[in-house]
Design a binder for this molecule. Structure first.
Ligand SMILES: [Fe+2]
Length: 246
């Protein structure tokens, strides 16, 4: 039986989806080269529910450091499956996935259970935490789409975005965004060149990421490369040998 609080989470997500003007969102997404950002989209009460679960998993943050590229902390999909039912319900909410699919113009699917990035938390908690410019490259046979939800932002860090980098007839557009609680960002991972600027002293920034794909199949070689990258850059070696619980 689903607990009452989970019904409430599900209802809040359904209500939010029902109020969205899909044509407006979709137009903006395509004009910006498959990128969309909206401030404070998520209801405050939902962010509070998510932050309650952030507090539970916080002692299990895996810190990582790749010189000149990234420094920060992460909590993987495996840990969220064990301890974060509201965040998981959001990731898997069919109305939410249908909405994203309509914006992207392709049917989106959940990532496989063995992908630690599928639904994860990124913690910027120590001075200098950042990530350099990159694409969220798809190692899947299909395209990969990223959702970022701001959960906490008491920082001067900015999400730095370079739009239209893959379009030869378009000028590159640069954006610098704060990811305040409730902010929603959605993009095609192979299209958006992005980075996070370094965290200052005494600051903190926490972001939830959701990943969706058009085809969850992956070749053996790509799975191996993706696993190595996740172990070094995000979730640690233990995540490689950890079976998802679902
Ligand atoms: Fe990224």
């Amino acid at each position: 039986m689903v607990p009452t609080s989970m019904n409430s989470v599900d209802q809040q997500i359904s209500n939010m989806v029902a109020e969205i003007n899909i044509d407006e969102w979709s137009g903006s997404y395509w004009e910006q080269g498959e990128f969309l950002a909206l401030e404070r989209l998520m209801p405050k009460s939902l962010i509070e529910d998510f932050m309650g679960e952030v507090a539970v998993v916080r002692p299990k943050i895996n810190r990582n450091f790749i010189p000149k590229h990234k420094k920060g902390g992460s909590v993987s999909y495996y840990l969220l499956q064990e301890s974060a039912p509201a965040i998981l319900a959001f990731y898997q909410h069919q109305g939410w996935i249908d909405l994203l699919s309509r914006i992207a113009g392709v049917p989106l699917l959940l990532c496989p259970d063995e992908d630690p990035h599928a639904c994860a938390l990124y913690f910027y908690t120590e001075p200098g935490d950042h990530i350099g410019y990159h694409y969220d490259t798809s190692y899947y046979k299909g395209a990969r789409y990223t959702v970022l939800i701001g959960l906490r932002d008491q920082s001067s860090s900015q999400l730095l975005c370079r739009l239209h980098t893959k379009e030869i007839d378009q000028e590159v557009q640069e954006l610098s965004l704060a990811t305040e609680p409730g902010t929603f960002i959605f993009f095609n991972g192979d299209k958006l060149h992005h980075a996070v600027s370094p965290l200052g002293e005494g600051e903190e920034r926490i972001v939830l990421t959701l990943q969706y794909v058009t085809d969850p199949a992956m070749s053996f070689a790509h799975r191996w490369f993706s696993n190595m990258k996740d172990a070094v850059g995000y979730f640690g070696w233990s995540a490689l040998f950890r079976k998802p619980t679902r």
